[in-house]
Design a binder for this molecule. Sequence first.
Ligand code: NAP
Ligand code: GLV
Length: 313
Amino acid sequence: VNILFYCEGDDGTLLQAFRTRLPDHHIVDWRSERITTAACNITAAIVWLPPDDFFEAAPDVREIYALAAGVDQLLVHPGLPVNATIIRLCDAGMAQQMAEYVLYGVLHAQRQMGMFRQAQVSRQWAHDITAKPAGATRVGILGAGALGSRVAERLSLNGYTVSCWSRSPQIPDQRLAHAVGREALPGFLSTSDVLVCLLPLTDDTAGILDAVLFAQLPEGAFLINPGRGGHLVEADLLDALQTGRLSGALLDVFCVEPLPACHRFWTHPSIILTPHVAAKSLVAESVDQIVESMHTFARGGIPPGVVDRHRGY
Ligand code: NAP
Ligand code: GLV
């Protein structure tokens, strides 16, 4: 099998890892071989942020392996072959990191670290600030997939009161409180002191974190968004922080990345931001998963992570 490879930011480590694991396949490095016309017999592609003309070299590709959990950028690629099956990463080392990231944000909110930070700036001994116990802090997670479910598990182990919201009733851990579908969203939001967004970015979820949603959260709720920048209506967040409807936010993803230097978020006292680093796919785990998926297809099976283009994830 000939496989076309492109991974933005790869220093050659990932490419080499695939070549080592797939010695019988010819893995073509799109960047160094600069293929501009259809190359022979390319039946699979492995990609992260491929350039617009990437698929001109592989118009008949049957399988496209995304080096990411989210495929929102890939699904709007102008040259995406219509009949190819897209397979995304499921966890691949990201769930543990995401659990750590969200736990950090939940601890920040529950232990009121933002208030202590402000008190420190004005040299105030804020001894009267008291934290709610973990069990009295209700965390709502939008999305209960590969990442959301592991985050929920981690937070539950730390004693938080956790609930998840998703589209279908399937959930890996039946012990988790679980709300399903749009009708259940208001009730779920009304009990989310901390709201975490781990949804995929789709037509259905774009802009979900807006003023209407914020109005349904308890007063002073805290937002954690490691999903996608397109989930958040940025101006509505600024308004909600201004009025105190939200007390703060931890953001990892933005409508424009890198976040422009002039953006208000950089200096906002109630926003902590990180540069899309909440969870990075790990090389060994990603390679193992993609190689295993290739074998599953070769045996006539269907691996995990096949994207439903209509649903958008
Ligand atoms: P996943 O396994 O596909 O899980 C997605 C979850 O969202 C599922 O529970 C799904 O419900 C739910 N969902 C989707 N559309 C919905 C809707 N319209 N209404 C209600 N629930 C909906 O995805 P994942 O692997 O956990 O990844 C989630 C997202 O995290 C990715 O798409 C990506 O945007 C983001 N991410 C960010 C980073 C980072 O470093 N910041 C790293 C990795 C991933 P069903 O189960 O019912 O289908
Ligand atoms: C990273 O954001 C991913 O979707 O894997």
